[in-house]
Write a protein of this length. Structure first.
Length: 100
C-alpha cells in the first residue's frame, strides 16, 4: 500500500460516487483534514481491535482489512500531496500573489 498508493506514474479518475462534493469551503479544508486525521490517529493509538480481522470492500482494490485501509489512507494523502506539487510546478500555475 505504501509503495503503490502514492505512485503517480499512473493517473486515475475517482469513480463518480467518490468525487468530492462541495461540502466545505476552501478555508475550512485544512482544519477538516487535520480533525479527521487526528481522529484516525487517536483511534489507532487506543484501539485493542485486531485490524486484520475487519474487512471492507474497496471499489478498485477489492477487499481490504482495516490495517490495509489505514495504510491506504496515508498513501492516498501522499498521492494528493504529490498531485498538488505537480500542479504547482506547472509553468501555467500562478506565481506569487498567494492563495486565491
Amino acid at each position: 500500500m505504501l509503495k503503490v498508493g502514492p505512485d503517480r506514474s499512473q493517473k486515475f479518475q475517482a469513480p463518480e460516487f467518490l468525487r468530492p462534493a462541495a461540502r466545505w469551503n476552501q478555508a475550512a479544508l485544512p482544519g477538516e483534514f487535520r480533525t479527521r486525521r487526528d481522529g484516525t490517529i487517536e483511534f489507532l493509538r487506543s484501539t485493542q481491535q485486531d485490524l486484520r480481522s475487519h474487512t471492507l470492500p474497496h471499489p478498485v482494490l477489492k477487499t481490504l482489512d482495516a490495517y490495509q485501509w489505514v495504510l491506504l489512507i496515508s498513501a492516498h494523502a501522499q498521492r494528493h500531496t504529490a498531485q498538488i506539487e505537480e500542479v504547482k510546478a506547472h509553468p501555467g500555475f500562478p506565481k506569487g500573489g498567494g492563495a486565491r
